[in-house]
Design a protein around this ligand. Structure first.
Ligand code: DCP
Length: 288
């Protein structure tokens, strides 16, 4: 088996309907570059269905999404040749992976279908008519006809569309979004709990402040009562001492008065007796 070079490829394609429509400018380095055609299916379109593209219309393959891409050209592989297909490296470097097979059987006729997956981080943009899919031809040493399920494939078949239309696509970006959504729900719940906790903490702080205020007030009152008690006690003691002192002075004065009274009484008795004596003397003198 040998691969067909640029010159032989040009001759083959120009002389036959192996590729239709054919443009000689699409031959490059022993390959023919097939273009994106008028039908695509993407897993992130709603509802998921086959979409028709006008000439030059763009499609956007988001990260983690699958797409089915039909070629613009129909191929009719001679029974003496086998073809190999790929996606241009410039597109693959952006993250587009060719999931579907890499060969085209001898005798196959129809548009080629590429199942692709965007494994890259950014959206990949393609447009109808863009040269995307190189195809190489190799000689077989004998004839081979094709009788497989993809015979006369001129549009995107129903089976892969149905298969790719079921359920959620567990792509990394889909899972990332689910995780993000989960985090958002969790954040909201945490914020709600935070708010409740904040409310509780504020209530506890208020209660604590009230208790503090009452404790301080009670302490203040106790201090005032204690000071008042001390003051009263000092005043009472002072009054008591003063009273005792006055009483003692009164007692002294009383005893002094009593003494003076006794002395006065004695003097009066003395005066009285002296008066009596004087009277006696007077009487005696008068008798003389
Ligand atoms: N990206 C591709 C790969 C292949 N094919 C076409 C050309 C092939 O000749 C044909 C069959 O390829 P496979 O044998 O790989 O596919 P299946 O095993 O599914 O189909 P069958 O054997 O029934 O043909 O499908 C295609 O249109 N696009």
């Amino acid at each position: 088996m040998s691969f067909i070079g640029t010159k032989s490829l040009f001759q083959l394609l120009q002389a036959s309907d192996v590729i239709f429509p054919f443009d000689e400018n699409n031959i490059k380095n022993g390959a023919y570059e097939l273009s994106l055609g008028g039908q695509v299916f993407q897993t992130d379109t709603k509802p998921r269905s086959i979409k028709s593209l006008s000439i030059g219309q763009e499609i956007y393959i988001a990260p983690g999404q699958f797409a089915l891409l039909l070629t613009e050209e129909k191929v009719k592989i001679p029974e003496t040749k086998i073809a190999f297909i790929s996606i241009k490296a410039g597109i693959k470097f952006k993250g587009l992976v060719n999931v579907s097979g890499f060969h085209v059987d001898p005798g196959f006729e129809g548009n080629l279908l590429f199942s692709v997956y965007n494994a890259g981080p950014s959206t990949i943009v393609l447009k109808r008519g863009q040269k995307c899919f190189p195809i190489w031809f190799a000689e077989l040493n004998e004839k081979q006809d094709y009788s497989g399920t993809h015979e006369k494939q001129f549009s995107i078949p129903v089976e892969p569309v149905e298969a790719l239309s079921q359920g959620d696509l567990a792509s990394p970006s889909f899972l990332l979004k689910k995780i993000d959504d989960g985090y958002k729900i969790l954040d909201t719940k945490i914020n709600n709990i935070d708010d409740i906790q904040k409310g509780k903490i504020e209530l506890i702080e208020k209660e604590q402040k009230a208790i503090d205020y009452l404790a301080k007030t009670a302490l203040g009152l106790m201090v005032i009562i204690f000071v008042k008690f001390i003051f009263d006690w000092v005043v009472f003691n002072y009054g008591l001492n003063k009273g005792i002192e006055i009483k003692q002075k009164e007692v002294i004065v009383d005893s002094m008065i009593n003494l003076k009274l006794v002395e006065k009484k004695k003097l009066l008795i003395e005066i009285d007796s002296l008066q009596k004596i004087r009277n006696v003397i007077q009487i005696k003198n008068d008798r003389r």
